[in-house]
Design a protein. Structure first.
Length: 549
């Protein structure tokens, strides 16, 4: 039965854990504020939507999730999708797609399909993550250099063209501030690893900008900052909207599942625990269904904030709940101060996030590997940057599946081993010490690897060989652990060809999965129970009886 980790943790809760959870929750709440604001702006919505998401989703994910220390909220992974949806469908379309994604996540959790996310190839994850990093960086060039660009297009090339034409409007004060902030973010961990550099630069940049009245844009120059959560409001649903937005919703769900479970696995390694993947997906689903009702955007587990929680002593979901409460209190009491945060400082934070997301080490390692992995990586990356994340994931999965099938087909082979009345002898075995006494008129075909739709052509040679002078054919399947409908079809073709020439077929060493499929397809009865043998020696004895009988 699925059960939130909060209920399990409260059974062994005590005052000591509460003190550490409060401390960690307060720190993470303060740290999460600039990130929530930055991701909201980068996504094409605003700082308010980022804060709303961090509060509502952060609370739900901690209260209902399957991890002890997971911190939820807006992340850089969703910037590409959210920006594109906002450009095309507006906030209403984004809310609809996010709620649909929440339903998908809940279904994945209820059906206990959390482990399926682990089967998404590493090359695809690395490719689209690097693509997202490039996209985030691209969205911040204007604020980093203080350019006057006007309304930005949604596509990558469009942004690059606008930046190229407006580079003459560079604001040197904004550029210097952004550069100093970026350098400080990267060097700060040498002095203090508990308090992140993003928080430090936000505080310092805001103070300096306010005191010296620097000529740079602030959040208040572009956005209205509320001091409370908005009233809940459901978006409009229709069959047409649901159909059109379903691919986007599926992408949001897949991305949320990958990010949250990856974050939970990282957290498990840090605290020596084990999370419940299915419960975590349910919590992520509920969070993404509720957050849009309060004006929020897609949310998932955030690795950086989760790590901050762990490093500061958080050990139960209570810390995550406190982090959400702290954000709410900041919004209610200090929301107006957010308006003074300079945009170049936020740009520096997002550029550092993009750098960390890019995964240069992982890409370098993959580029030394197989050409198929490089192809999947490059294709997913390029499509994420130039087309769409939904298309990138879909094409990446198709490519990865194609290369996997191709590799399995190459690993599959069919070999002959036998003796014929015409004096021609064919000898094969992958065990040199094995010497089989094959009766005259018996041919053995040994299947190496899976016998499925991509490998059956190699086996069809047996159909052509059926014209030779032999009375019995043994198909040795000790090394064929998988069989599919294509394999059944070629077996049936072989059976029909052999039956016309009064040649008997005997199967040897059939594994459990092929045996079940043989029974379901009717091939078991067609061949006859006596002709399904446990090992090669039994099969040879059976063929002797067939020949002499």
């Amino acid at each position: 039965m699925l059960q939130p980790e909060l209920l399990k943790s409260l059974k062994e809760y005590n005052g000591k854990k509460f003190v550490t959870d409060i401390s960690a929750g307060i720190i993470v709440g303060i740290v999460a504020l600039p990130l929530a604001i930055a991701f909201g702006i980068a996504s094409g919505v605003g700082p308010s939507e980022g804060i709303f998401t961090a509060i509502v989703a952060g609370f739900i994910i901690s209260a209902l999730g399957g991890s002890k220390v997971q911190i939820g909220g807006p992340t850089g992974a969703f910037v590409v999708i959210v920006y594109g949806v906002i450009q095309k469908y507006g906030m209403a379309g984004l809310a609809t797609a996010t709620i649909m994604a929440g339903v998908i996540l809940i279904l994945l959790g209820v059906l206990k399909l959390g482990s399926l996310v682990k089967f998404i190839p590493y090359t695809i994850i690395t490719g689209f993550t690097a693509g997202i990093a490039v996209t985030i960086f691209t969205t911040q060039i204007g604020d980093f250099f203080g350019l006057t660009t006007g309304k930005m297009p949604g596509d990558f090339l469009g942004k690059v063209m606008v930046y190229a034409h407006s580079f003459g409007t560079i604001n040197w004060c904004a550029f210097v501030m952004a550069t100093i902030c970026l350098v400080l973010i990267f060097v700060w961990p040498r002095f203090n690893k508990k308090i992140p550099g993003s928080l430090v630069v936000i505080v310092l940049a805001t103070i300096i900008c306010t005191i010296f009245n620097l000529p740079v844009d602030t959040i208040g120059d572009r956005y209205q900052i509320p001091t409370m959560l908005p009233k809940p409001q459901l978006p409009a649903f229709s069959v047409a909207i649901i159909t059109e937005l379903f691919p986007t919703a599926a992408s949001i769900a897949i991305l949320a599942a990958i990010e949250s479970l990856l974050s939970a696995v990282v957290a498990d390694g840090m605290i020596g625990a084990k999370h419940d993947s299915d419960q975590e997906l349910i919590a992520q689903g509920i969070a993404n269904m509720v957050t849009p009702i309060f004006g929020g955007i897609p949310a998932t587990g955030a690795i950086a904030r989760t790590a901050t929680n762990v490093k500061n002593g958080g050990r139960t979901p209570v810390a995550g709940i406190i982090h959400a409460v702290v954000l709410l209190l900041i919004l209610l009491a200090l929301g107006r101060l957010v308006a003074y945060i300079p945009m170049p400082a936020l740009a520096a934070i997002l550029v550092s996030v993009a750098w960390n997301m890019a995964g240069f080490g992982e890409i370098k390692a993959l580029l030394k590997g197989q050409k198929s992995d490089i192809t999947v990586l490059a294709t997913t990356f390029v499509l994420t940057v130039f087309i769409d994340l939904t298309v990138a994931i879909g094409v990446g999965l198709l490519l990865a599946a194609f290369f996997f099938i191709q590799k399995m087909a190459l690993l599959s082979s069919v070999y002959e081993y036998g003796s014929f009345d015409d004096g021609v002898k064919q000898n094969y075995t992958d065990m040199p010490e094995e010497h089989l006494a094959v009766p005259d008129g018996v041919l053995i075909y040994e299947v190496e690897g899976p016998l499925f739709f991509a490998t059956v052509r190699k086996f069809e040679v047996a159909v052509e060989r059926s014209g030779a002078d032999f009375r019995a054919l043994i198909i040795r399947m000790r090394n064929a652990s998988y069989l599919d409908a294509g394999g059944i079809k070629v077996l049936r073709q072989l059976y029909n060809a052999c039956s016309r020439k009064n040649i008997s077929i005997v199967l040897s060493g059939v594994h459990q999965q092929p045996l079940k499929l043989l029974k379901k397809s009717g091939m078991f009865e067609l061949l006859g129970t006596d002709n399904i043998c446990a090992d090669i020696q039994t099969a040879l004895e059976r063929t002797k009886k067939i020949i002499t009988g």
